[in-house]
Design a protein around this ligand. Structure first.
Ligand code: NIG
Ligand code: FE
Length: 409
């Protein structure tokens, strides 16, 4: 993460504040000091002594925590516009994958690309997320599928975080698809992931977490479990793409291993919901993939809600199942497609998104607006927080603050 503007004491007045979980009932004032949120008060309660000497940042508008996009595949080579057309003609995502297209077509293009080509292609995608309020983004590997190509992707993700004012969390997704050179030897490929990829990524400090794709077109529950054991042996937190196309029980297994999150989960059953509740795993909802694949099976929102499983919302930005680089559109999709309330959708892209990345604990405190937390904030031209989910309207971001530094506006 790099910043470029002066830090100091900054004051916003008369704002409608969504703190990551709730909208506060009256207009508020917020003071940021250096990298942290220093004071939050009602307008009537502003301590004018504390306000003296602050830079006045303006008044009015809606303030939210900086958006946390907790699931993306932003680094990739090539395009899948041809596959989009095939799907429009009626060929399914699964059929395309089984015939060597889909993820594997992106693998070919990603292997062929240099690190700087991948960086240059990913940068505008990330900038699009930032212009729509993202201050923390997770970026997965998973289109390299050799040790060197997976590390290359993770290095690109780290470089993006160093070059731009955004927090980048990297996730090793070696177990995303079976590469052609391991055709008929999926266990051999899982050996490579466990014995070479994970140790190398961990030693080089390139991965903050490890993910798997648990699905009949990818890896079995038992294979994913081996990956989790290797990740845990290297001290890395885990998460899973699970129950996206079928119900294999991957989410429950991931939860039993203490996963930060299970993602997609359209086919999650009651037992899976219970396992996630028990483990405190976050349910990451990806309405962009649901929309793009014209899925009809809805994730079990009511059961997750009733169980109190925190629900995050993310873009899943990737070249195949969700070529959508627009986080606030996902707030709208989460409401219209999954029937989340606007409050739930916003919490999903702030407090619960941070939790899905392990960034909501006492040490990190991202995704919330509270005294002492890092000052990652967005100020929006909107009347109410719900309006951010209601209207699909790019360009509403008035200011974006990362670690106390204004990086937009
Ligand atoms: O999150 N489900 C698997 N992985 C990605 C899709 C990747 C792709 O199609 O390129 C997802 O949907
Ligand atoms: Fe994904």
């Amino acid at each position: 993460m790099s910043g470029n503007r002066r830090q100091g004491r900054k004051l916003w007045r008369d704002i409608t504040l969504f703190d990551g979980l709730e909208t506060l009932p009256e207009p508020m004032a917020v003071i940021v000091e250096g990298e942290r949120i220093a004071h939050i008060s009602t307008m009537a309660g502003v301590d004018e002594a504390a306000a003296a000497g602050c830079e006045e940042m303006g008044s009015g508008g809606v303030m939210t925590p900086g958006l946390v996009d907790c699931h993306t595949h932003l680094v990739f080579g090539g395009s899948r516009a041809d596959e989009f057309e095939k799907r429009l003609e009626g060929v399914s995502y699964e059929e395309i994958a089984r015939t060597g297209g889909g993820i594997l077509s992106t693998v070919n293009a990603t292997r062929a690309a240099s690190e700087s080509e991948l960086f240059d292609a990913a940068r505008p995608r990330l900038e699009a997320l930032m212009r729509d309020g993202v201050t923390t983004v997770e970026i997965k590997s998973g289109y390299g599928l050799t040790v060197e190509d997976e590390l290359k992707m993770l290095r690109v993700a780290r470089r993006l975080g160093a070059a731009l004012p955004v927090r980048v969390i990297t996730t090793l997704l070696g177990a995303h698809a079976l590469p052609p050179e391991f055709k008929d030897d999926s266990n051999g490929y899982i050996d490579l992931v466990c014995h070479e990829m994970i140790p190398a990524a961990a030693e080089q400090g390139l991965a903050d977490a490890v993910d798997v794709f648990c699905e009949r077109i990818a890896f079995s529950v038992a294979q994913c479990e081996r990956v989790f054991e290797a990740a845990k042996a290297h001290g890395l937190p885990i998460k899973a793409h699970a129950e996206q196309l079928s119900n294999l029980g991957g989410s429950a297994m991931a939860a039993r291993h203490g996963a930060l999150s299970a993602d997609h989960i359209e086919y999650l059953d009651e037992a899976g919901v219970a396992a996630m509740r028990e483990a405190g795993s976050v349910a990451v909802l990806l309405p962009g993939a649901f929309h793009t694949l014209r899925e009809t099976q809805l994730p079990p929102i009511e059961a997750l809600r009733a169980a109190g499983v925190p629900m995050a919302v993310a873009t899943d930005a990737n070249p195949g199942s969700s070529p959508i680089f627009n986080p606030t559109l996902m707030l709208n999709f989460a409401c219209t497609l999954f029937r989340l309330t606007p409050r739930e959708a916003l919490a999903g892209m702030t407090a619960h998104g941070a939790r899905a990345l392990g960034l909501s604990n006492e040490g990190q405190r991202l995704g919330r607006i509270e005294a002492g937390a890092p000052a990652d904030l967005c100020l929006w031209n909107a009347d109410t927080p719900a309006a951010l989910a209601y209207a699909v309207q790019p360009g509403r971001l008035r200011q974006r603050v990362v670690n106390g530094v204004v990086t937009h506006g």
